[in-house]
Design a protein around this ligand. Structure first.
Ligand code: ATP
Ligand code: MG
Length: 758
């Protein structure tokens, strides 16, 4: 758990202190209609995490009120996910369907109190009666029914006397409530359907708004933690529990932000679409953001929990960069797993001056990793190296084997190229080399200088393996659906060659394949005959690099040349920076990594920090904006100073300007070197945070885009970003995005008339 307390834990602590509850009881309440995804992992980590931290309990509750979409296989997948993440529900696994009799009794009680009625309007009439955001609704004539008539009809609904849709049970609340959800919400509907647990006992099923709060109460939940889209449902939650006048204590609902990650989809409906359309191999396809997918791919539960911890718990929805999740798994495996050699695209090498064979002692871990272990590595006259580790016409900065340049075989000898053999098409099929007997790794007295070490395998002992390389499942950052699937998200290599030590390991092990990434024996398809390895993640963020390359085509070559596929260990000083940045200044590890690994950046950062102690804001500017400038210029050539960056950060922190505007100001500073304060004043860039000024602009945008409003109301919540974007655009980027975000969400949510789900 992170050191700083989130808002939910603050509430829990206060409630314990005031004696509101004797024990903290939370619940994770999934609907068993799909496999859980990483968003659920966030909810699991919050609910089970809080229960653990405050010595309470967390119930696992299957919220199975919708008979047509639910299934036992999903129940099993949910249990499996919670268990894999390391949480234990003990005996406390419950099903809402077990409460159907009790819920029915509560409904009868409401009817008897005159607080619920059977309505017989059809769907269309009901919609017409509901009114709009600006107009009050009208109550149905059926609301006049007597208690007796309601009791009789409700019982007959239960007994299956009526057709689906002919009647519903509604709460009698307020048809002119500002919160549209409070306009006599539905409590029960008729559904002649077989339920996977309750069988055919019931012809009526409770709606979410009725079942959820009461299930919480029945189980003695103290804090009912859910995602933001239920914010407007909270009023119903409270109304039901308060109206029924239950014996205290009762639970209260609190909302937190839903997790969204780019380049993927995160709704069970869309995931089901991918599975059913055959775009992926199943719910556990390693490209899916499902827990089963991550598990099969080779992610560790620790890395997922670290990720959930890092993203924190906030009250505003936001999109998290998938690179952050990838960072977490990379960071977890970096010091944990053995490093071995596997050649994905083999090129034959014959060492002409070597006879016989020998066994090399090779360490599994580099020196800076505090783990030990070695394996025996066979070496002989014929070996394979990676095809692109040899280049006949090397570009500048190519450090591997060339006709002129020797290279070291990792854990072995230095070799030099003697002859390149090609086939009739001119394709290189073999390289003949000489090795240098005095150059053996660990006792090198050859005096030969090389610029890099490459991985290899001995031809006679290497094993043929299948390697599955995964890329992002979607090519769009915010994919809509199937049409955005990345056609190259899976690449299968049938004939990779791996060193023999790996094949004799027990299954369920992870490895770093030197210079390639982290890999995991596929738990489903791996066999001794065909060993299959899944790529978990690369050694560094190659996607970010690809994107950057595209956008920086016009810029000159970077000064430092990196060997592809290798990540250098940090020096002691870099490590010290990194540790201080993450531990003391609480920077996100990715940002800390960028700063720590570059001496110019860390010096600049530390200097700015001395002028204004705002570690996170300054780190963001330095690791993005300043870093970009420093790629082409030395510090001395920059127009702006660290003190000015400190000043810029101060204006972001006190909300004088938004971080978007800050980017514009920065562009100015790069050119003119003027003080950011002056730039903001002379260009009139001060942020607008007053809701009174922002509200009319939002109204205008909403009025101009009725189609998107309708789509949003139909559940396409991603359009929130569209509306926010339009408002920001209309203010020239000057509106405070936080205020805009909140106001837009509020205004749009006021339009949502239908319950989210039953
Ligand atoms: P989806 O919309 O993806 O189908 P859901 O909200 O219908 O998911 P449930 O099975 O009802 O899924 O969710 C169980 C719990 O997990 C709920 O408390 C819900 O708020 C939470 N949850 C679902 N998705 C996310 C997410 N992306 N981030 C955080 N919590 C989530
Ligand atoms: Mg849902």
């Amino acid at each position: 758990m992170s050191e700083s307390k989130d808002f939910l834990r603050s509430i829990v602590e206060e409630d314990l202190k005031s004696g509101k509850y004797r024990e903290i009881v939370t619940r994770f309440p999934p609907e068993p209609n799909g496999f859980p995804h990483i968003g659920h992992a966030k909810s699991i980590a919050i609910n089970f995490g809080i229960a653990r931290d405050y010595h309470g309990h967390c119930n696992l509750r299957m919220d199975d009120t919708n008979p047509t979409t639910e299934d036992t296989k999903y129940v099993e997948a949910l249990k499996d996910a919670v268990d894999w993440l390391g949480f234990d529900w003990g005996e406390r696994v419950y099903f809402t369907s077990d409460y159907f009799p009790k819920l029915y009794d509560y409904a009868v009680k409401l009817i008897k109190m005159g607080k619920a009625y059977v309505d017989s309007l059809n769907e269309e009439e009901m919609r017409a009666h509901r009114g709009t955001v600006t107009e009050a609704g009208k109550r149905s004539i059926f609301a006049e029914r007597s208690v007796e008539e309601n009791l009789d009809l409700f019982e007959r609904m239960k007994n299956g006397e009526f057709k689906d849709g002919s009647h519903v049970l509604r709460a009698k609340i307020d048809m002119s409530a500002a919160n549209m959800k409070m306009r006599d919400p539905l409590l029960y509907r008729i559904r002649h359907a077989h339920h996977f647990r309750a069988g055919d006992t019931w012809s009526i099923y409770p709606m979410y708004d009725f079942a959820h709060c009461l299930s919480d109460y029945i189980e003695g939940i103290s804090h009912s933690l859910c995602t933001l889209e239920f914010e407007n449902n909270r009023d119903i939650y409270d109304w039901v529990l308060d109206t029924l006048d239950l014996e205290p204590p009762r639970p209260y609902q609190y909302e937190f932000a839903r997790l969204g990650i780019n380049y993927t989809v995160m709704s069970k409906r869309k995931l089901l679409e991918l599975v059913e359309s055959g775009q992926v191999s199943g719910w556990d396809d390693p490209r899916l953001p499902t827990i089963a997918g991550y598990k099969r791919r080779g992610y560790t539960p620790e890395s997922i929990l670290t990720f959930c911890d890092q993203i924190g718990i906030a009250k505003a929805n936001s999109m998290v960069d998938v690179a952050q999740l990838e960072f977490c798994i990379r960071d977890d495996l970096n010091t944990k797993v053995p490093r071995v050699m596997c050649v994905l695209d083999p090129l034959k090498i014959t060492i002409e001056n070597y006879e016989g064979s020998e066994i090399l002692d090779a360490s599994y871990y580099p020196e800076d990793v505090p783990k030990e272990g070695t394996r025996k590595l066979p070496f002989s006259k014929e070996i394979y190296i990676e095809r692109d580790d040899f280049n006949e016409n090397p570009p500048k900065g190519y450090f591997r084997l060339t006709p002129e340049q020797p290279v070291r075989l990792k854990h072995g000898y230095i070799i030099s190229c003697k002859e390149v053999i090609k086939d009739a098409q001119g394709e290189i099929v073999e390289i003949k080399v000489h090795y240098h007997p005095e150059s053996k790794s660990g006792s090198d007295s050859s005096g030969i200088k090389v610029k890099s070490a490459i991985h290899w395998v001995s031809a006679a002992e290497a094993k043929r393996v299948e390697v599955r390389l995964y890329d992002r499942l979607f090519k769009e950052e915010t994919p809509e659906g199937l049409e955005d699937v990345n056609p190259d998200s899976l690449k299968i290599i049938k004939n990779a060659l791996i060193e023999p030590s790996v094949i004799t390991q027990k299954p369920d092990e992870r490895f770093q394949f030197e210079r390639q990434g982290y890999f995991y024996a596929d738990p489903v398809d791996y066999s001794e005959e065909t060993p299959v390895f899944n790529k978990i993640v690369g050694l560094k963020d190659s996607w970010g690099k690809k994107k950057k390359k595209r956008s920086e085509t016009a810029k000159p070559q970077a000064k430092k040349v990196q060997i592809d596929g290798e990540v250098a260990a940090m020096s002691a000083q870099e490590q010290a920076h990194f540790d201080r940045y993450t531990a003391e200044l609480e920077l996100n590890p990715e940002v800390a990594n960028t700063l720590a690994r570059d001496a110019q950046l860390s010096t600049f950062y530390d200097e700015a920090l001395r002028a204004n102690h705002s570690p996170v804001t300054i780190a963001n500017i330095v690791s993005n904006e300043v870093a970009r400038e420093l790629k082409e210029n030395q510090v001395a050539a920059l127009q702006f100073s660290a003190a000015q960056i400190a000043q810029l950060a101060e204006m972001i922190d006190d909300e004088t300007i938004s971080s978007k505007i800050a980017k514009r100001v920065f562009e100015e500073m790069v050119i003119s070197g003027e003080d950011p304060k002056q730039i903001v004043e002379s260009k009139g860039l001060i942020q607008i945070s007053d809701p009174v000024k922002i509200a009319p602009i939002i109204d205008e945008v909403i009025a101009k885009n009725p189609d998107n409003v309708a789509k949003f109301l139909a559940g396409n919540t991603k359009l929130l970003g569209f509306f926010v974007g339009q408002v920001l655009k209309n203010t020239g980027g000057k509106a405070n995005p936080k205020v805009v975000n909140e106001l837009v969400a509020k205004k749009l949510n006021e339009h949502i008339p239908e319950p989210e789900r039953c």
